[in-house]
Design a protein around this ligand. Sequence first.
Ligand code: CU
Length: 130
Amino acid sequence: MNKNVLFLAGILILTAGAFFVLGSNGNSATGNSIVDINPDNVQGQMQQVVLSQKDFNYKDAIVEANKPISISADNSVSGCLRSVSFNIDGRKYSKYLRTPEETLELPALSKGVYSFSCSMGMGYGKLIVE
Ligand SMILES: [Cu+2]
């Protein structure tokens, strides 16, 4: 009897633990974006920019200041350069853009030149905010 009670208690604890782990990590299963911006909050004012590749780097991309940014990568971008990584004000924005339809969202930025790279730091690009 005692053994059965302990066994049941053990199952309950394991089940609760599994729910806790799955619940807290559920969101990260959809992509490898470190910081996710909810597109519903900024829809309409979002500007699109399409990255392309030039040799082993990205072509410079130009966007407007103070407008959230949605980044995609056209078919010229190959290999690990499809994994785009920004480091802005100490926050990392990174996503593997598997298809030209997938996007990485950045917040509105102030004027300046923001460099970015592939996730391995092999290919580089500049996002020019005017
Ligand atoms: Cu790379």
